[in-house]
Design a protein around this ligand. Structure first.
Ligand SMILES: [Zn+2]
Length: 193
């Protein structure tokens, strides 16, 4: 059993934080809107299946996990840029095939000039790759912090009457806002947001 809520001094609306969090997720499955499908001369009708998870605002405010890593947009940009850089690389090669008039110095200058765009692109590719590796590493570090964060999170109690969280030991005798509680949990996990 836990202590009474420091906000209202009562216990009847108090619930364990993990229970509030999991109770705030509901799974749904149902029929989507009707859509018309042309089938020969006639038109057929079909309903799409829809399913998903609905998360309550309270559950969202008590989420102990780090934000999910974003998709591979950065990696796609790296591939696209590398491709462009490869095309630019063809420029100095074609210039070498067809030397401009004016001797060796002019030829060297021409190759250097034509190489510049591909050099810029490859520097950009390197920077993006570095950013990507950094993001993946930061995400791994955050995942490693999850057990420590959830350990603190599991000690929290939520009062539905006051809308606040408290710890049932001497550490806190005041009510925390869900945002503040989440911040403490994130700090325990080393992934402050
Ligand atoms: Zn209360």
């Amino acid at each position: 059993m836990t202590e009474v809520c420091p906000g209202c001094g009562q216990l009847d609306q108090v619930q364990h934080v993990p229970a509030v969090y999991h109770g705030g997720h509901s799974f749904y499955r149902g029929q989507g809107p009707v859509s018309a499908i042309p089938a020969g001369d006639s038109v057929g009708y079909a309903r799409a299946q829809v399913s998903g998870v609905a998360v309550s605002a309270v559950a969202r405010s008590l989420d102990p996990f780090p934000p999910p890593r974003r998709g591979g947009g950065l990696l796609a940009a790296v591939f696209a840029l590398a491709l462009v850089g490869g095309c630019f690389l063809a420029l100095p090669l074609s210039a070498a095939d067809d030397p401009p008039p004016g001797g060796g110095a002019a030829e060297a200058l021409g190759i250097a000039l034509f190489s510049l765009p591909s050099l810029c692109v490859f520097v950009a590719v390197g920077t993006l790759l570095w950013l990507y590796v950094r993001r993946v590493r930061a995400h791994r570090r955050q995942r490693r912090g999850v057990p420590a964060a959830t350990q603190l999170w599991e000690q929290g109690w939520f009062c539905h009457r006051c809308g606040g969280v408290y710890f049932a030991d001497v550490r806190s005798e005041r009510l925390l806002t869900p945002a503040h509680f989440r911040q403490l949990v994130a700090r325990a996990g080393g992934y402050e947001r």
